[in-house]
Each structure stands twice: as C-alpha cells, then as structure tokens.
Design a binder for this molecule. Structure first.
Ligand SMILES: Cc1ncc(COP(=O)(O)O)c(C=O)c1O
Length: 381
C-alpha cells in the first residue's frame, strides 16, 4: 500500500505517538482538573506539557491561550460563533474548506455579512483585493492559510500587516499548514488560529487546537464542567477553562503532545522540505504527461505538499479506483470538502484526484504514481 493522502490525515502515525496514547490509556487513572488524587495530577501534567509544547510551536506567549478541541473544525466553529455578531462584516477567501464556509453560511442567516476575495499567494495582489472588499463595518478577515486542494498558501505576515493598518482582526485556518509552515500567532497579532492534530502535526484524530490571540475574548459555544469554579452556574471566564467544557480527550492530547515534541525536534522547515520536494517531483512529473491536467502550487516556497490532477475526459473516481486496485495507491478523490476552491479552479462538480505526500513517503513511490498515471492517461487517449 502506498499512502498519499496525508492532507486528509497523516499515516503511519509515529511509533512514539502511538505509545504515548497507549501509555495514557493504560497508566493515567484520572481526569485532568477533576479533583486532586495522584492520577489527576498525572493527567494534569500530561495536558500541561502538551499545552506548553503547542504554545512553543505556535508562538503563543501564555500556554493558557492554547485550547484543545476535537479538531480544526471544532476550533473554527468556536472561534467564529464566539466572536461574530449580527451586522459584523467578515472578509474571507474563495478557497475555504467547509469548516469555515459552512459556519459562515449559517452565521449569514443570523445577520453576519460575508465578503469573498480571491485566495492569492501574491501579497500585493491579495492586499489590493482586501482593500477592494473592505467596507465600513469590516471587523474580521478569516483565511485558509494553505489550500487543501492545490497547496497554495497565503503570505500571513503581509496579511497581518494589512489587518493591523486596516483595524481588521485576523482568524486563520491553519489545518493544512500547522507542522509544515512556521506559525507565530503572537508575532502576527492574529486573534485566533485553528489547527488539526491529525494531519501534518502527526497526532491522532479527534484532537486539535484553537490558539487564542492576546487579550481576545471568545464567547463559549459549549458550557459545562471544567473542574474549576464549580460553585458558580456561570462558565469560568479564564482560559483555557472558558473554552474547554467537559472531560477532555486526554489520550488524544497525550498523543498530540508527543507528536508536537517530534515536530519541534525535527523542525517544521525540515519536515516541510522533505514533503515539499516530493510534491514538486510529483507536480513536474504529472505536468509532463500528455492528457493530464494539474492543479498544484508550482514552485512557491510557501506552498504545502498537495497536488490535484485529473486525467482529461476521465471521471477522477474511476482513476482513483484503478490506482488503488491495480497499484495499491491511496489518494483522495472528489471535492475534498472545499467546493468553493473547485469552483475557482474550474473543477466543480467532478473534483480532482489529490495526492498529498508526507515526510515518510519515498521518491520511488512518487515515481510509481507518475508511471501509473502515465499508463492510465495513455489508455484514456
Ligand atoms: C483547510 C482545512 N480546514 C479544516 C479542516 C478540518 O480539520 P479537522 O479534520 O481537524 O476538523 C481540514 C481538513 O481536511 C482542512 O483541510
């Protein structure tokens, strides 16, 4: 089996991540923040360590502003629902994942106004589009840092400068970039940034992060037990408790904490360089095949390793079935939960085949995919 679907979820998970999850399930006899016996203290330490590591990775000065969620989707929902009010105008891009697009569509029905600008890696063009889309009452810019359809990534530093000058607050969906591109929430002055734990951070599924900017207030979406201030019927206002009601996913957090330690040790830029070299190899190989259309980020330094393609005139799900049945290759097919991006690229509604290499893939696997697509494209001609 050749796994090329790391943008959906990374595989295989590192051995030490698996061991951390297992150790937590076997050995941690307590729930973090709930009481004070030895197992609780052990669980507290584990969650604290993971929070500190995440803060280091994401440039958050105070680890209390690291909120553990069930994934990027939950983090984005908490952030959008907890900050946007009727009458607010929010700018977003035309390459958003449904994790952003659907909550915004729902908020529109509550009176939030939404403007859409083209997702553009060129900082100057993007700023010009933001200037054109901005109006009185524009309070937020919510952007997909890196596209899960073609790997294209925005220049966050330039965007943060535009936000500061324009008095607009910034929210970032970093589901595809966390673990691959440098992120520094406090230096950016971003109000929030959402991460997946199970993609390029190499953690288990079911855990993610909402990084909250300095001084930012987010109204809780979920209220309940926090293990603190239990005498009050009000949700505590301090972070992280304010946004972490209910028993946390301690094994998931243990796995994510170990995964982030690994990312910090290996270094985001080394992990990115490895996977991105494979994506470049794939993109140029596919572009050389007659009858194959390719949507990749090209040579951009800032891109993430995601390449979409189709065999012209062939249903991509047929190609995906052949690649899996005849070559044992696992790729993602369809709209990848980002229909707007496909409208933009002209691949709606059929979608594309998406290959997303990870740092554990080998050049020979990429060569194998290029050879398989060459054969299938020749058959289709
Ligand atoms: C750009 C983008 N945003 C959000 C998500 C949702 O992430 P999660 O699975 O952690 O909820 C994904 C996952 O595919 C994604 O690619």
């Amino acid at each position: 089996m050749i796994y090329l679907d790391h943008a959906a979820t990374s595989f295989p998970k590192p051995e030490r991540v698996i061991r951390a999850v297992e150790r937590c399930l076997r050995e941690v006899a307590g729930s973090p923040g709930r009481g004070g016996h030895a197992g609780v203290l052990q669980a507290n330490r584990l969650v604290f360590t993971a929070r500190e590591r995440a803060a280091r990775l994401l440039g958050i000065g105070d680890a209390a502003r690291v909120i553990f969620t069930s994934g990027a989707t939950a983090a984005i929902n908490v952030a959008l629902r907890g900050t946007l009010r009727p009458g607010d105008h929010v700018l977003t891009t035309d390459m958003e994942h449904n994790a952003v697009a659907r909550p915004l569509a729902r908020l529109r029905r509550d009176g939030v106004e939404v403007g859409v600008v083209p997702h553009d890696p060129d900082a100057g063009r993007f700023a010009a589009a933001l200037d054109a889309g901005r109006r009185e009452g524009t309070r937020w810019l919510v952007v997909n840092h890196a596209s899960n359809v073609n790997g294209q990534a925005l220049d966050l530093e330039a965007i943060a400068r535009w936000c500061e000058v324009s008095g607009v607050r910034l929210g970032v969906d970093a589901a595809q970039s966390a673990g691959l591109l440098p992120l520094d929430v406090d230096a950016l002055g971003a109000s929030w940034l959402a991460c997946s734990g199970h993609k390029a951070l190499h953690g288990p599924p079911g855990v993610g992060i909402l990084a909250v900017g300095r001084g930012v207030q987010i109204e809780p979406l979920v209220r309940g037990g926090t293990g603190s201030h239990s005498e009050s019927e009000e949700q505590p206002t301090e972070l992280p408790e304010a946004l972490e009601a209910g028993t946390p996913n301690t094994p998931g957090i243990a796995g994510l904490g170990e995964a982030i330690a690994l990312v910090l040790e290996e270094g985001v830029s080394a992990l990115h360089a490895r996977a991105q070299a494979l994506a470049r190899q794939l993109e140029s190989g596919l572009r050389a095949i007659d009858g194959v259309a390719v949507w990749g980020p090209g040579a951009s330094e800032r891109a993430v390793p995601v390449v979409s393609f189709t065999i012209v005139g062939e249903d991509p799900s047929l190609t995906a079935t052949r690649l899996e049945d005849d070559w044992g290759m696992r790729l993602r097919v369809g709209l990848h939960c980002a229909p707007a991006a496909h409208r933009r690229l002209g691949t709606f509604p059929g979608g594309t085949l998406r290959a997303s290499p990870g740092p554990t893939n080998a050049e020979v696997e990429i060569d194998g995919l290029i050879a398989a697509v060459t054969e299938l494209a020749a058959e289709a001609r």
